[in-house]
Structure formats: structure tokens, C-alpha cells
Write a protein of this length. Structure first.
Length: 432
């Protein structure tokens, strides 16, 4: 682990398994097509491609719509979630979805009216920006974010070459042959998840239904330091007003001038910037109801908070916190958003994912997440498997005080050319 003073750990696991009406034999082998990836697409600075902006901004809209539903399920518990780790494999599956359901899937992903080619280009450009490929020529290059994709395919079906090529070209997705009727499939997925989260996610899968024909996975691992680190010697214990009653927490202090800050009648907000780009917004609802805030948060309001933040002098007290949770009701939430891939009757992935003419649909979705925050920096991980701002508002006459001694929301983001602050994780702290 890197030496960090604010340490944030996110581990997210999201499963979508493809099921078919036919049974899988245990013997036999599959011919996974070996494909060479073309270069990820670099944004052409100065260009104004509205379709790609629609996709990137739609991913943020999707993030808040999905987070809102899941936050309601979380109640007064702590909550951490990676909507981007859900969006990316679903975007890849646009390439395998039949014509009848493709438009509905794009709409649910926030990409209504754009083409399959556009969603692929948008995903490729996001990966280029998020993994900072444009900075590789510099000596100081460091990439705090690792994003991995894979599809695990049963040993009696054949992955379509067209999907394999698109998955590799635009999503850097690898294809792995497994036997879903054997414990070896569980071992393969768990090993992949552990490897791509630096060992943070283990024992992710317990078993697969033998009728599973494929499982698509996404892993996100993030590690960076704060640009302005907290001083450990100034961390003090004090009361936190949790929904279930007062408790004690250790509060980190940041005090001084030139802090970006936002305040309106509902919230106080401040971004904690990372050393290598991006940051994490801490948003404190004045009424103490983090669940209601996250359940009503929109991309438009998040943009307003960013655009109307201004440099100010003040004090932030933020508790150290650690959260680990398995997301409840992810499949139902995705269905509520209009994701059509879970429809067993229409089997919308039939013919687009594998060569065999058998019905294929998504059967399940789960996600696990972890975050740990302390004084120096941030580390985050996510695995998904499918079975300087200017002010537009008034500045305070007095230094601000933002004391996070009641429930608050956090949003972790990195920058992309097309989407601006691309949302990777959302969450709420009800008890540090």
C-alpha cells in the first residue's frame, strides 16, 4: 500500500451473468478469438462532438439516477457505490444487444439518440483520459486509476468475433474461457478480481448457475494523494450526530485561505483535490439527511455546485471513515431505470454475444464497495462482473466553517474532455 495521509479505499463488485435456456455440457472447449486492440481514441482538443458529449454527460446522469435508487435502499446505513463500474460493461453490451432493444438500452444509459459507434468512441475516449495516456511522455507520469474489463465465456459456446473485437478496441476487454459448471469458473473470476484490485477484492463469487453462458466484468482501482494533505497531529476526537444516535469520530482539520467552497440554502460543499487530477466533493446537507440529498442529486445540481464554487478562507472538519457494503437491489434498480437486458422472454442478447442460436439475457447484478479515508490520500477499487472554479454566486463576508459532524455525501470524480468531472464513485456517510 502507498504511504498516504488521507487514505480512501473503494472496492466495488458488480455481477451481470448471462443465462440461456439450454444447458451447458461440462466437457469440450471454446475457441476464444484472439484479437489485437487498436489504439484508444485521443480527444481532439478544440473539437465539439455533441454525440460524444451526450454519452459522457449521460454517464453522469446515469450515475445519479442509479445512485438515487440505491441510496433509498441503504436507509440510514453507510453507502459507497461505483456507477461507472456499472455503466461501462452495460455500454459494451450495446454491441451485443438486438435491434429491438438497443435504443432502450442507450436511453437508459443516458445516451438517447446516439449510435452504437458513438457510445464506443465515447467509452474509448473516456478510457484514454481517465487512464491519462496522453501524459505518458512526461517523466512525472503517474496513473492513479486502473480500469479493467473482461468477459468470461462458457466452454460450450463461442463468443462472436464482432463483439470480441469491439470489446477489445473500445473497452480493453479480455476474453477468458471457463467452465461454469465447475469451481474453476469461480476461481477464475475471483483471481481476476483480486489481481485487478491489488488484492482488495477476494472471494467475490461463491458459485455460478450451470446454465450461465458468460459473465462480463469490470474492475476499477484508484490510488492517489490529496493535493492539500491534512496534518495527522491536528486530528481530534469529537461527537458525530448519526441517525441512530451520537457517536465518536476522529476529525481531520483543513484550515486556511484559497479553498474552493460552495454554499446555498440546502448544502455546504468543498472539493478535496487529488495530486494528479480529479477529486472528491464532500457535500454536507444542512438538514442532516444524506439519504435524501443523494436520492435527489442530479448531474445539473452537481454542475451548479462546481461552477458556483469560489475561493474562500475557512475551516473544514471531516471525520475519517471506512465503509464496506454489498449493494442491495442492483438488478431491480437497473430494471427500474429501463435497462432491458434482464427480460428472459425477449432474451435481447440472443445472436449478438455468442455464435450459438440460443436465448441469452442478463440474469443478475451485484456490487461490493469499500472506502477508507484518512489524512494523506486516496485508494479506491471497483470490480464489476455481469451475471480552479469561478464564482457565479455570492461570496461570504466571513470565513466559512464546514463541520461534517452529521451525515454527508461524497462524490469521487476524474476529468475527461467530453464529460468534465466524470463520476466514478458516490456514497454517503451516516456513521464514520
Amino acid at each position: 500500500m502507498r504511504n498516504i495521509s488521507i487514505y480512501i479505499l473503494f472496492v466495488t463488485v458488480f455481477f451481470l451473468t448471462f443465462s440461456c435456456g439450454a444447458s451447458n455440457d461440462n466437457d469440450g472447449s471454446i475457441n476464444i478469438v484472439k484479437v489485437n486492440a487498436k489504439a484508444l481514441q485521443a480527444p481532439e482538443y478544440g473539437e465539439d462532438n455533441q454525440a460524444l458529449k451526450t454519452a459522457a454527460n449521460g454517464a453522469n446522469d446515469f450515475a445519479f439516477r442509479l445512485s438515487a435508487i440505491l441510496a433509498q435502499n441503504a436507509g440510514s446505513e453507510n453507502f459507497v457505490f461505483s456507477p461507472y463500474s456499472v455503466w461501462m460493461p452495460l455500454a459494451a453490451l450495446v454491441n451485443a444487444t438486438d435491434t429491438q432493444h438497443k435504443a432502450a438500452l442507450l436511453t437508459a444509459l443516458g445516451a438517447a439518440g446516439i449510435s452504437q459507434d458513438d457510445i464506443n468512441k465515447a467509452a474509448s475516449r473516456m478510457l484514454y483520459d481517465l487512464t491519462k495516456l496522453g501524459d505518458k511522455e512526461y517523466k512525472e507520469y503517474y496513473n492513479p486509476l486502473k480500469i479493467s474489463n473482461a468477459i468470461f465465456v462458457g466452454n460450450k459456446v463461442t463468443l462472436r468475433k464482432e463483439f470480441a473485437q469491439a470489446f477489445m478496441d473500445y473497452y480493453r476487454g479480455n476474453s477468458i474461457n471457463v467452465n461454469f459448471s465447475s469451481p474453476s469458473a469461480v476461481d477464475a473470476v475471483n483471481s481476476w478480481a483480486s489481481k485487478n484490485t491489488n488484492g482488495l477484492i477476494t472471494n467475490l463469487v461463491q458459485q455460478f448457475d450451470p446454465s450461465t453462458v458468460a459473465a462480463i466484468a469490470n474492475a476499477i482501482y484508484f490510488s492517489d494523494r490529496w493535493a492539500w494533505e491534512f496534518k495527522s497531529k491536528e486530528t481530534k476526537e469529537r461527537v458525530f450526530h448519526a441517525p441512530m444516535g451520537d457517536t465518536k469520530a476522529w476529525y481531520m482539520l483543513r484550515e486556511g485561505k484559497d479553498q474552493l467552497y460552495y454554499e446555498d440554502e440546502k448544502v455546504q460543499a468543498i472539493p478535496l483535490r487529488f495530486k494528479h487530477d480529479g477529486g472528491m466533493y464532500i457535500i454536507l446537507p444542512k438538514n442532516g439527511d444524506a439519504q435524501a440529498l443523494l436520492s435527489s442529486m442530479t448531474n445539473e445540481y452537481f454542475k451548479e455546485i462546481q461552477q458556483d464554487s469560489f475561493l474562500a478562507e475557512g475551516k473544514l472538519l471531516l471525520p475519517r471513515f471506512s465503509i464496506q457494503n454489498d449493494i442491495k437491489g442492483l438488478k431491480n434498480a437497473l430494471q427500474a431505470l429501463g435497462i432491458p437486458l434482464f427480460d428472459k422472454e425477449s432474451a435481447p442478447l440472443t445472436g449478438g454475444l455468442i455464435e450459438e442460436n440460443i436465448p441469452v439475457w442478463l440474469s443478475d447484478a451485484i456490487q461490493r464497495a469499500v472506502i477508507h479515508v484518512d489524512e494523506k490520500g486516496t485508494t479506491a477499487a471497483a470490480v464489476t462482473v455481469m451475471i480552479g472554479a469561478t464564482s457565479a454566486g455570492p461570496q461570504p463576508n466571513q470565513p466559512f466553517e464546514m463541520i461534517c459532524d452529521k451525515p454527508f455525501v461524497f462524490i469521487l470524480y476524474e476529468y475527461t474532455y467530453d464529460g468534465g468531472s466524470q463520476i466514478l464513485f458516490t456514497g454517503m456517510v451516516n456513521q464514520p
